[in-house]
Design a protein around this ligand. Structure first.
Ligand code: GDP
Ligand code: IMO
Ligand code: MG
Length: 424
């Protein structure tokens, strides 16, 4: 069996949580492969709306195995809160959620270092979620990290050594006043480690490969999006992990030949939260209309998301990097009331048109638009593609022609039920 991968093709918040939840019944296991509590993955049914941070979005389907892979960075305080929130639905995650011993721990000092680094950057700040993501991955690649498996042996010594090094950085490098905040956060963090230890800590690469050998199916869940990837995104305004398909291999211990379908998720338009370039961003009433209609506010930080038109140059680049086999279009309903819908089909860079994603998305990159007629129809109650208005069919067909990939799901609302599987 192979691992199918779900990942975001834009700047995150494409609707990954919703779709993982919808597709989970088709799989035996769901595994998160990177990122941490910077993610906010929303699931909605008639009975509840829930936002997941580090826990895979398959947990609302009782009989499935859920895995937090080695590529994830885990904050045990957030993790405990998440588990307790889910327990309110009568779900005991100890039965079916397993955590890689190789996942790295986010320490309170990582969060302080995140804040110190952002403060030091002043106007050049990234707009980090301040969850300690960058410093934790930096320690991982710098070979100074603490892993979940370290909890099982000589943990106090290892922890004391890392904290001492972080304090040096905070004091000497950043001159950052951390003492009171650390005194407030540290007891809760240490306490949450005991909670984490009540979970089964595993070598997830072995478990996953054994499952595949036994004919079981696995869905890999990404966080963030391709344009936030540390190698291929709009660097340096990115997150600190590989959000692309290759990240599923390194973040789970899956060989490339074991990757099956690659589901690329994108919104019918574009959003971004935090700083950094965004060629199709709209600063006018149309941008505000998109934000209002799409309720575009960060699931975690509640920051207003920047909104703009769909960018096909960036989308095609993301499809190439990830080897996307199928596209899922999300939030089509948000465009229901627009007379005209613009789609960026090329960039004009200093007067030269191109459909290549450039080294840097700087101010000289201007979008070239193709205008398509809006459908002016409420899509939210539709239950099959036969009901789609012609203009919406044309919008889908235009994207399929431009990208050379089928759009096999069109999402027309946040609810699990508002998901239309298309025939191809
Ligand atoms: P993720 O991080 O990729 O899982 O996405 P988020 O949960 O951060 O953001 C997606 C938001 O859009 C959430 O509030 C979802 O409930 C909502 N959503 C998902 N799909 C649709 C859709 O098709 N239409 C509308 N209107 N909202 C959607
Ligand atoms: P999901 O999984 C949208 C953005 C932050 C910031 C940059 C770096 O819900 O799609 P970090 O805290 O990772 O150091 O922040 O990345 N960012 C996200 N934007 N959705 C996310 O996750 C994000 N995770 C990080 O806003 O610009
Ligand atoms: Mg999100």
């Amino acid at each position: 069996m192979k691992v199918d991968v779900i990942l975001g093709l834009q700047w995150g918040d494409e609707g990954k949580g919703k779709i993982v939840d919808v597709l989970t019944p088709r799989y035996d296991a769901v595994a998160r492969f990177q990122g941490g509590p910077n993610a906010g993955h929303t699931l909605e049914t008639d009975k509840f709306k829930h936002i997941l941070r580090s826990i895979p979005s398959g947990v609302f389907h009782g009989d499935k195995v859920n895995i937090i892979g080695n590529g994830v960075v885990l904050d045990p305080v957030v993790f405990r809160q998440e588990v307790n929130d889910i327990a309110k639905y009568g779900i005991d995650l100890r039965q079916n959620l397993f955590i890689s011993k190789k996942a790295h721990l986010i320490m309170p000092t990582h969060r302080l270092l995140d804040a110190a680094s952002e403060t030091a950057k002043a106007d050049a700040k990234i707009g980090s979620t301040l969850k300690g993501i960058g410093p934790t991955y930096r320690d991982k690649t710098g070979r100074d990290g603490l892993r979940v498996g370290d909890l099982l042996e000589n943990f106090p010594e290892k922890y004391a050594q890392r904290v001492a090094a972080h304090k040096q950085l905070l004091e000497k490098l950043y001159g950052f006043d951390y003492a009171d905040t650390l005194a407030e956060w540290e007891p809760e963090w240490l306490d949450s480690l005991n909670f984490l230890k009540t979970f089964t800590l595993i070598d997830s690469e072995n478990i996953l490969n054994d499952m595949l050998d036994a004919g079981k199916s696995v869905l890999a869940e990404g966080a963030q999006g391709t344009l936030l990837d540390v190698d291929f995104g709009s660097y340096p305004f990115v997150t600190s992990s590989n959000t692309v398909c290759a990240g599923a291999c390194t973040g789970l211990g899956i060989a490339p030949l074991r990757i099956g379908k690659v589901f690329g998720i994108f919104k019918a338009y574009c959003t971004r939260v935090g700083m950094g370039p965004f060629p199709t961003e709209l600063h006018d009433d149309t941008g505000r209309k998109l934000r209002d209609a799409g309720a575009e506010y960060g699931s975690v930080t509640k920051r207003p998301r920047r909104c703009g038109w769909l960018d096909l140059v960036a989308l095609k680049y993301a499809i190439m990097i990830n080897g996307v086999t199928e596209l899922f279009m999300m939030k089509a309903d948000v465009l229901d009331s627009f007379d005209t819908i613009n789609v960026c089909t090329a960039y004009d860079i200093d007067g030269v048109p191109t459909d290549r994603f450039p080294f840097e998305l700087n101010d000289s990159v201007k979008p070239v638009y193709t205008a398509l007629p809006g459908w002016k129809t409420d899509l939210t109650n539709m239950t099959s593609e036969e009901q789609f208005p012609e203009a919406f069919r044309n919008y889908l067909a235009f994207i399929e022609k431009e990208t050379g990939r089928p759009v096999t799901i069109a999402s027309v609302g946040p609810n699990r039920a508002q998901t239309i599987i298309r025939r191809h």
